[in-house]
Design a protein around this ligand. Structure first.
Ligand SMILES: *Cc1c(COP(=O)(O)O)cnc(C)c1O
Length: 535
């Protein structure tokens, strides 16, 4: 029989939850002279609502549960710790976990000097109920942590198994549903006295930064946790942000459904890549992927600026890969593919490193599928994206520059590196159209003529009223093209007129991209487009 009185640590049993003066006061507080707050402050001078009345109400509606069944923590990590502190006598009691699983249960057990008993999941990453049953009669076993869907394996634990454990156990079963929004199954509506479900705002709700977790369970159990919880563990900003998000359930659903779609796409695409042995099925927003050599893939991804979680210690040769935006996932795929297949097409690369900037530019004139620019200057990135998109060129640019001084070096050196990469990609310049030009665009009229004839030259006819557009100085625009023409060894003739500087600059980059696209196009003949015989 589940008997809560027997389960609570004796020293906790007699405690009363912390009461603030505001809890004791029943009138209408017009003047608050009770908590030694500064009456001036910076807009957050008052203690937050310790009872979380609004947040509870909002969450209760969001999940369709009774607000008495809720307790909030500074992340669900805090709730794991509270549970152990409320129910496990240090040096005496035990918790049971099912590895490979989330690390915090063991960490919190260790911190509290509570023995962590382990039973590994079986080869399907399920709990073997028959081997658990004999352990359930242990009177020092107070808490069982079941992570479902499980991190890092990604699968859900069978519902019947969890329910079976709750029936055969006199302690408390904690089900960690950090990822339940990414599948359709949850135990929150089960009213089982010794079941507590914990959820988090860090994953599906997209608020990892505010640190907020929630426990949902039997009111008596929640009351015990309230005795242990620090009174103001959820700060005012966190409460406010959480309430805002919960009022937008449709957006949360939309984001989750995009991630679920992407998860599906990634689980179908990844197995087609050489070097990938297995993609485990997932009910979460991550995929556990087994590689021939996880360490090597980890390093390759790291070199390309992509960080994933190495879980090889828990499941051999695996990386845990979070599902990102479609663009981020594409970037991951292209790095994984490039590692294993030789790239086709005319490619060029330039690594440029000075005391002012470190730049890596990779281009592919014939494959636009892999493009990403990151220079630290958002407007400039946007312009480089125009070159990639409208030039139908694969463009990967990573620039780390001395932006604390100004964007000058970063823009100039990126242009030089880009020009060099073009020069490399064009090789002997055999079989290209060589010339390109274009004239359109709204309030601005732009012409860009280009000739990859081997001689650098910039002819420039455009001026700007503003000193900056976004974070990019407008004087750097002509400078960019000058630097590019120097290293790409091309003639560039650019003219732009119009009123709006943003439009004008964007149209120059677009027209430049179109001109590039024409100029580098292969002309079938494979001959050098020059009567001189050399470009
Ligand atoms: C990410 C995660 C959490 C979240 O913890 P917070 O402290 O709320 O950020 C909890 N449990 C599991 C299994 C997780 O993967």
């Amino acid at each position: 029989m589940f008997d809560l009185e027997k389960l609570i640590r004796p020293n906790i049993k007699g405690l009363k939850p912390y009461q603030s003066a505001r809890d004791e006061f029943s009138g209408l507080a017009e003047v608050s002279l009770d908590a030694n707050e500064n009456p001036f402050g910076f807009g957050l001078n008052r203690y937050p609502d310790a009872n979380l009345t609004d947040l509870k109400k909002e969450f209760a509606a969001f999940r369709n549960v009774d607000s008495n069944r809720l307790i909030f923590g500074n992340g669900s990590d805090e709730l794991i710790d509270l549970l152990i502190r409320a129910f496990c006598e240090p040096g005496q009691d035990r918790i049971l976990i099912f590895p490979p699983t989330f690390g915090m249960y063991e960490v919190c057990g260790n911190i509290n000097n509570v023995e962590v008993q382990k039973q590994n999941l079986n080869e399907d990453f399920q709990i073997d109920i028959e081997s658990v049953k004999p352990k359930l009669n242990d009177s020092n076993l107070k808490l069982i942590f079941v992570c479902s869907p499980n991190n890092p394996t990604g699968n859900s634990i069978h519902r019947e198994t969890i329910l079976e454990i709750t029936k055969n156990f006199d302690g408390i079963v904690v089900v960690d549903e950090a990822y339940s929004d990414f599948t359709d199954s949850s135990l929150v509506s089960e009213q089982i006295p010794n079941l507590i479900v914990i959820q988090t705002f860090s994953k599906a709700i997209g608020l990892a930064g505010i640190r907020l977790g929630v426990g949902i369970g039997n009111t008596e159990v929640i009351d015990v946790l309230n005795k242990v919880k620090p009174p103001y563990n959820v700060n005012a900003l966190t409460q406010q942000k959480a309430i805002e998000a919960l009022k937008r359930p449709d957006e949360i659903k939309k984001q989750v459904s995009i991630l679920v779609e992407e998860r599906k796409r990634m689980s179908q695409t990844l197995p087609t890549i050489e070097g990938i042995r297995r993609v485990y099925s997932s009910d979460t927003n991550f995929l556990l992927v087994e590689f021939d050599d996880a360490q090597e893939v980890y390093n390759t991804l790291a070199e390309n600026g992509i960080v994933v979680r190495d879980r090889s210690k828990q499941v051999a040769n695996t990386l845990r890969i979070t599902v990102g935006t479609p663009e981020e996932n594409d970037r991951l795929l292209s790095v994984l593919r490039e590692e294993n297949y030789s790239t086709s097409g005319r490619t060029g690369e330039c690594l440029r490193s000075t005391s002012e900037t470190q730049i890596l530019v990779k281009i592919n004139l014939d494959d636009p599928s892999n493009s990403h620019s990151n220079t630290g200057i958002p407007f400039f990135d946007h312009m480089l994206d125009q070159i990639a998109r409208h030039g139908a060129i694969g463009l990967n640019i990573q620039t780390k520059g001395d932006l604390q001084i100004d964007p000058h070096h970063s823009i100039e050196d990126t242009a030089l590196a880009l020009g060099t990469a073009f020069d490399n990609a064009l090789g002997e310049r055999k079989g290209i159209e060589r010339y390109g030009f274009l004239l359109p665009m709204d309030d601005s009229l732009t012409q860009v003529a280009i000739d990859f004839g081997g001689r650098p030259w910039l002819e420039w006819e455009a001026d700007f009223k503003a000193t900056h557009v976004g974070d990019m100085p407008t004087e750097m625009v002509s400078h960019f093209f000058k630097s590019f023409s120097d290293t790409a060894r091309c003639n560039l003739n650019i003219k732009a007129e119009g009123d709006n500087d943003h439009h004008k600059i964007e149209s120059i980059f677009k027209a430049f991209a179109r001109a590039l696209k024409m100029a580098v196009r292969k002309d079938e003949s494979g001959v050098l487009p020059s009567t001189k015989g050399v470009l």
